[in-house]
Design a protein around this ligand. Sequence first.
Ligand code: ASP
Length: 367
Amino acid sequence: MSRDLRCSRRAFFRESGLAGGVAWLALREPRAVSGAQPTAGPKGAPAVRPSTARAAGGPVAISSANGLAAVEKAMGLMQQSVDPLDAAIAGVNLVEEDPNDTSVGYGGLPNEEGVVELDAAVMHGPTHRCGAVASLRGIKYPSRVAKLVMERTDHILLVGEGALRFARAHGFTEENLLTDKAREIWLRWKETLSDKDDWLPADDEVAQALREQVKKRDTGTIHLSALDAAGNFGSVTTTSGLAFKIPGRVGDSPIIGAGLYTDNEVGSCGSTGRGEANLANLCCYQVVESMRHGMSPQEACLDVCRRIAEHTHEKRLLKDGKPDFNVSFYAINKAGQYGGAALHKGVNFAIHDGTVARHEQCAFLFE
Ligand code: ASP
């Protein structure tokens, strides 16, 4: 990054009150943790929704917005004393098998060649063990394979053909994960890439609607962190990754410390959104470390958003200096406090604290 850019970036943060200024410092103050109404910050400051406190830890389950049914499932299982990792995996399995979620598992958007490639990782708090798979093709439940990598190997990450063979050896059957819906979206993407090739864009109403989705180049993913009544954590992140990626591209989701991180003494964090930004800053590890040093889950999540914004390469900045992508974080600490934050406004997370599964808003850096 050029020196000039660094200067102008600093100026941007100074003017918007996001760094070094009163507004940012205010975020770091310990704050009351009752209630869940967002607190309006000074003009230009991030909106803050106080983390919710629980007197006695779990059970609590937090997930990305697509995880409402998943937190419900995980909570029900933890209430029956199921291990928090098993509960978390059972929760995200609902989304992995859902053909309508085009960002995870079956029905996920494929790579640029039309092949669905999945990434997943799990962490088990009590044993601090973890497992992951990347670029796995043809297996609907990559999170279950990741757990087997954790339990049945002395490795942590298996990729591609090796991951597939490992899954087969453990009895997983291969299936075509590309649904008609995902294939149609991929085709629309392919047809609109260039007007100099031989792929002619379809022109009916459905094609128009799908093209809108293509333009957004949706990212998705599901993360779920679970804390049980005994104070033990389990976490999982699973995804089909960036739509239309270069085959073999792996994002943050299966990387321990990036797509998720859990320390049973401190807390757990997971992420969705632009994986490259998270990988370059190893954010989930950082969130857990910040919680270790006293930040609330929400403050810790916002802190890494700020770090991502500061480190964003100029080619991914909008004219106003803000990143042109979003990344979101979801965290719980040992006391059962939870919170989420995203770079940009408008992201929700799913939460179940033993009362009811619901959506709450992530705090954010940018309007
Ligand atoms: N983080 C995922 C990845 O980069 C994608 C996403 O969450 O949308 O692969």
